[in-house]
Ligand binder design. Structure first.
Ligand SMILES: Cc1cc2nc3c(=O)[nH]c(=O)nc-3n(C[C@H](O)[C@H](O)[C@H](O)COP(=O)(O)OP(=O)(O)OC[C@H]3O[C@@H](n4cnc5c(N)ncnc54)[C@H](O)[C@@H]3O)c2cc1C
Length: 358
């Protein structure tokens, strides 16, 4: 029997952050992942933006999330010997005169400080289309190279002998004196980080996920756009390491939940860019995947109502990059130090309404 404290299922951005916290705190784990070529984490842009652009407010818990997120990805960079974190300003074109005073009051009232401090309230020339009346620059934004994070971390745990490349078989779980046994592994607990596939997990399929399809393009842009900037206006576009090549995202669709890219989504993304920026684009790649969103737009973590050794870490929605490091840490303290979970993310918020006792 192979012994471990934690058996993790799923190695997307949620699983990686959890494994990283476990290793950091000297806890043992093995991770099971079916290592797909396509998953939400592999397709995602990986953007982090501290400001909710529509309401011109700080993103939920952003100050606390950033405090954990930035050092966390830097530690992963060191561990994996690869660059993951790209901190870049976000340029937000403003396309209506009514919006200018709204941004100005948000700045004056310190609602979006320290992330936005100035507003350019004149139509800039050249780059922007003529309908753009000003722009705001958002500091402390950026993106994480998700593909590198996933592929490099997979390799890292493989070399350590901690990765089991397989699909998890829920019916092979047995209760043991130590906690759980699974196909020759004895573990204190299993932590499920399966993203959208929670729907096939017999222990947690009752948790009300509201999956959302998202699509991304990789585009070659002309004329030259600054690669020191992210462009964000009903779309986001950020540079890759190749000259003039940007990733452009993302669409939201709650109805069509297959992973096939669609022409309609491609056209939608291109037309949004063209409304704001004076550029031509050639599409190099088009991808789609499903985000694990929750109805109340908060992560969901904690133990199964009847079996405390089965634990969930899910619901990263459209903000896995920002949410996963902080809440991986919170889940760890909950498990090892018995600290209470933030009620906004605690799985208990759904138990009464959605869970039927076995
Ligand atoms: C188009 C698009 C753009 C996005 N852009 C951004 C962005 O800019 N910024 C941002 O923060 N977020 C973004 N997101 C959201 C982000 O992708 C998610 O928040 C995040 O990837 C969810 O990570 P996860 O680890 O929970 O799930 P996943 O990435 O889906 O990972 C789950 C893993 O578990 C494996 N797995 C599941 N079940 C089993 C099983 N039974 N056995 C074995 N393995 C299993 C899966 O194969 C997968 O490897 C975007 C998403 C999409 C689709």
């Amino acid at each position: 029997m192979r012994e471990t404290e934690n058996l993790i299922v799923g190695l997307g951005i949620a699983g990686i952050n959890l494994c990283h916290q476990l290793e950091k705190q000297g806890k043992t784990f093995l991770v099971i992942d079916n290592c797909p070529d396509n998953s939400a984490s592999l397709v995602a842009g990986g953007l982090f933006n501290p400001i909710g652009l529509k309401r011109k407010i700080k993103s939920w818990m952003v100050d606390e999330l950033f405090e954990v997120m930035v050092p966390n990805y830097k530690e992963l960079e060191e561990k994996l010997h690869t660059r993951l974190l790209h901190e870049l300003p976000i340029l937000k074109p403003i396309s209506s005169k009514e919006e200018l005073p709204e941004w100005q009051s948000a700045i004056d009232e310190n609602r979006i400080s320290p992330y936005v401090d100035t507003l350019i309230s004149e139509p800039p020339t050249g780059l922007f289309q003529s309908n753009v009346v000003g722009s705001a620059t958002i500091h402390h934004g950026g993106f994480v190279n998700m593909r590198s994070a996933i592929f490099e971390y997979r390799q890292y745990v493989k070399e350590k002998g901690w990765l089991i490349q397989d699909s998890f078989d829920y019916f092979a779980i047995e209760e043991s004196s130590k906690g759980i046994s699974y196909k020759g592994i004895s573990a204190d607990r299993i932590i499920f980080c399966e993203g959208r596939f929670i729907s096939t997990n017999p222990f947690f399929s009752w948790v009300p996920l509201k999956p959302t399809k998202g699509q991304m393009l990789t585009v070659k842009v002309s004329p030259h756009l600054s690669s020191e900037m992210i462009y964000n206006q009903q779309f986001y576009m950020f540079p890759t390491t190749e000259n003039n090549v940007f990733r452009l995202g993302a669409t939201y669709d709650w109805n069509d939940l297959n992973e096939e890219p669609t022409e309609a989504a491609k056209e939608d993304l291109i037309s949004k860019v063209k409304k704001a920026l004076n550029v031509e684009m050639e599409v190099l790649e088009h991808q789609a995947a499903i985000r694990p969103n929750v109805h109340d737009r908060r992560p969901v973590l904690g133990s199964h109502p009847e079996n405390p050794n089965l634990i969930l870490f899910n619901g990263m929605g459209s903000k896995g990059v920002m949410l996963a490091p902080y809440f991986a840490k919170e889940l760890m303290s909950h498990i090892y130090e018995k600290t209470p979970l933030n009620p906004e993310v605690d799985i208990n918020r759904f138990v009464k309404k959605f869970y039927e006792k076995a």
